[in-house]
Design a protein around this ligand. Structure first.
Ligand SMILES: Cc1cc2nc3c(=O)[nH]c(=O)nc-3n(C[C@H](O)[C@H](O)[C@H](O)COP(=O)(O)OP(=O)(O)OC[C@H]3O[C@@H](n4cnc5c(N)ncnc54)[C@H](O)[C@@H]3O)c2cc1C
Length: 380
């Protein structure tokens, strides 16, 4: 077994670390407070090749592996999870699905500008009454011969207002259940497509989360991804890979909080010595480090499974479940180690704690990951 990363992967990791320190850290507190979307930072991430990391260079991507993507996600998330979620959605949920299942025309028209970061994408599955139970789609895409007529509402859509291209899951034939669902490529500005108000969130406040309304939107048939009825499978396959991205995000949030807490514990004095010398604090750091190391190995394992063509449904779910719990546990302890300073914005850890929570909710809650894991282990 080889746990080391290659020289090329180290260079990519270092580039992401430098970018995060130099270009994400400045203004991160203000963007969180004002819910400002990191538009300039996203543009720069496009220039650095982070928006289409695993996409074939012939479609404008960087042609890298999933492990490299996980390394970049970890470094970005140590500093700014609101920016890293844009990278995660664009790479895992939009580019991957288009490259894997799209037609040549769809790849030329949509994947190229998405992979270079010229535009960004959104993935639209959740609805007011369809979250964990994604089969309960109320959004309809009625087949009208050469086009579909799309009607309905999508909730909680990341990049909701900033995206130009939206992959929308909708029910075409209710009688066929989940086999009657389609995935359609919808462009911003199509008549009848309205963007709802921005959500005022606990965490990842810089990312822009909106509901979307579709009122008789005419979507050409050539914008359907895959065969008729492939939409639900498309969404599940896409989310399986997305979990590796969110697991890496959770790992980064945890590692970022741990690094800040360790530094603080070695500087802050109480009772005549640095607080790191009090065993209660040292043990907290030991627990954090242990949980993070385990999360990192699980994330790399899932990413590698994807790279070698092995099944990653189980390893991705395990990685997300563990890494998101690690993010929550670690950030709470990082605030505790900072004492009163942990409770104010300047020290960053309170933001990381708020950001950590979403990793247990989106792209499948922790309970849903346990369903995936238990079904898989009980099958054998
Ligand atoms: C900031 C943010 C960004 C998001 N971005 C996107 C996006 O870009 N695209 C998108 O499509 N969606 C997005 N989502 C939606 C997200 O994926 C859903 O919120 C999530 O899947 C949970 O669905 P729900 O909110 O409807 O909760 P529910 O499904 O109503 O779940 C409520 C609770 O019940 C539990 N539960 C439900 N079913 C079961 C079960 N069978 N067994 C045990 N427990 C169960 C859940 O785990 C949860 O704890 C985003 C959400 C947020 C908050």
């Amino acid at each position: 077994m080889d746990f080391s990363i290659s020289e090329e992967q180290k260079m990519i990791q270092e580039a992401a670390r430098e970018f995060a320190q130099n270009e994400l850290l400045p203004g991160v507190i203000e963007r969180d407070e004002t819910q400002k979307f990191p538009a300039e930072q996203v543009k720069r991430m496009g220039e650095l090749g982070f928006m289409g990391m695993m996409v074939d260079p012939k479609y404008g991507g960087s042609g890298l592996d999933t492990v490299s993507y996980a390394l970049v996600m970890e470094e970005l998330s140590k500093i700014d999870a609101s920016s890293s979620v844009v990278v995660s959605v664009n790479n895992s949920l939009v580019c991957w699905g288009l490259e894997t299942y799209g037609t040549e025309e769809q790849k030329t028209k949509y994947l190229k500008p998405l992979a270079t970061g010229e535009i960004i994408g959104a993935f639209c599955l959740s609805e007011p009454e369809a979250g964990s139970d994604a089969t309960s789609q109320k959004t309809t895409a009625i087949d009208k011969g050469d086009h579909y007529i799309l009607n309905g509402t999508k909730n909680w859509i990341t990049n909701g207002n900033s995206a130009s291209v939206y992959l929308v899951i909708a029910q075409t034939d209710k009688d066929k259940g989940h086999k009657g669902i389609n995935a359609l490529i919808v462009e911003k500005g199509m008549p009848g497509f309205e963007i709802g108000p921005k959500e005022n969130k606990l965490g990842i406040r810089g990312s822009d989360t909106h509901s979307l309304n579709f009122n008789d939107v005419k979507v050409p048939k050539e914008n359907r991804i895959g065969e008729d009825g492939f939409g639900f499978k498309f969404a599940m396959k896409t989310l399986a890979g997305g979990r590796i991205g969110i697991a890496s995000q959770a790992l980064g949030i945890a590692a970022g909080a741990y690094e800040l807490a360790k530094k603080y514990a070695k500087e802050r004095k109480a009772f005549g010595t640095e607080i790191a010398n009090h065993q209660a604090i040292a043990f907290k750091l030991a627990d954090m480090h242990t949980q993070i190391e385990a999360a990192r190995l699980l994330v790399y394992k899932a990413a590698r499974d994807k790279d070698i063509g092995a099944n990653y449904d189980l390893s991705g779910a395990i990685a997300k479940l563990h890494a998101s719990k690690t993010a929550m546990d670690t950030t709470i302890e990082a605030v505790q180690i900072h004492g009163g300073n942990g409770f104010v914005k300047d020290y960053h850890v309170e933001r990381l704690m708020r950001d950590a929570k979403i990793t247990q909710i989106y792209e499948g809650t922790s309970e849903i990951q346990k369903i995936v894991i238990s079904r898989s282990i009980l099958r054998n």
